[in-house]
Design a protein around this ligand. Structure first.
Ligand code: FE
Ligand code: FE
Ligand code: ZN
Length: 278
């Protein structure tokens, strides 16, 4: 079975996102833990969480995926920026403790001229401060396109972060198809090779989720612009190979190209389910 869902607005709560997911025939979803620009998070609503958990059991959902605000920069040059990232991580993880099994995805960050080594050192310092050995939420590093001074566009960089964290059993990777393609991993012509490379450098056991996006920008462009499924430079044929690949096919897939209407995600999910080999 294809495990799939899309990015949804958390404004109306978890039960609402659950119902929207059913409406589009998905069985998981992604949400921002707070406003994507990083401001104040909503109060935790335990009633909503409880009704969602019941609903998710009933409909056989996989745990949703939480996404940290993308403006955070754990690799930032000034201390204030890094302190803010640490504060948000700490607070988000405290909230996610109410949703065991939910994974927490974040963008590793940008070194803004300090160099990759220094940037990675900042990221691991923060991760070592916020990860608790008994937490039930795995933290995912997202593969990035490498725009500007972004860290995480090379598998080696993600591996270096994982290796410098004490409780690395709490870490995994979320592979974004648009980002890796823009970063120069040719999933269109060399999918097997890319997956083999990932396995050699990071280990496929770390791969926990896929952001399934097409790319508006060409291969190796280091630009991050998502396109609807089948309308970008990756194309439907390559994305079909991704969802059916033996090493990937049982992972949860998340669509994150913004659409006007929920219905458009429903269409993409219908199409992908059609193309998924049972
Ligand atoms: Fe992301
Ligand atoms: Fe993504
Ligand atoms: Zn992106």
């Amino acid at each position: 079975m294809l495990n799939i869902g899309c990015h949804l607005s958390a404004a109306k709560g978890f039960l609402n996102m659950g119902k929207e997911t059913t409406e589009i025939n998905g069985n998981t979803f992604q949400f921002f833990t707070r406003n994507p620009r990083g401001s104040q998070a909503k109060e935790i609503d335990l009633n909503d969480i409880e009704s969602f958990q019941k609903y998710a059991n009933e409909y056989d959902f996989l745990p949703p995926l939480a996404h940290a605000p993308y403006t955070l920069n754990a690799a930032g040059a000034d201390q204030k920026t890094r302190e803010f990232a640490e504060m948000v991580f700490t607070d988000d993880l405290k909230r996610l403790a109410y949703l065991p099994g939910v994974m927490y995805n974040f963008h590793p960050g940008s070194h803004v001229g300090q160099g990759t080594v220094q940037g990675i050192a900042h990221i691991s310092t923060i991760l070592n401060r916020v990860i608790r050995p008994d937490q039930n939420n795995i933290i995912l590093l997202e593969t990035m396109s490498g725009k500007g001074s972004e860290i995480g566009s090379r598998f080696e960089e993600l591996k270096a972060i994982i290796d410098s964290v004490n409780h690395a059993d709490k870490l995994g990777v979320c592979l974004d198809t648009c980002h890796v393609f823009a970063a120069g991993y040719d999933i269109v012509h060399q999918l097997d090779n890319v997956i083999e490379t990932f396995d050699k450098i990071i280990g496929l056991n770390r791969l926990k989720a896929i952001h399934l996006n097409d790319s508006l920008m060409p291969f190796n462009s280091h630009k991050d612009r998502h396109a609807p499924i089948g309308y970008g430079e990756i194309g439907l044929k390559a994305l079909t190979a991704v969802i059916n690949h033996p090493a990937l096919r049982s992972l949860p897939f998340y669509l994150e190209t913004p659409h006007e209407k929920l219905n458009e995600y429903a269409e993409e999910i219908r199409l992908l389910k059609d193309l998924y080999q049972s």
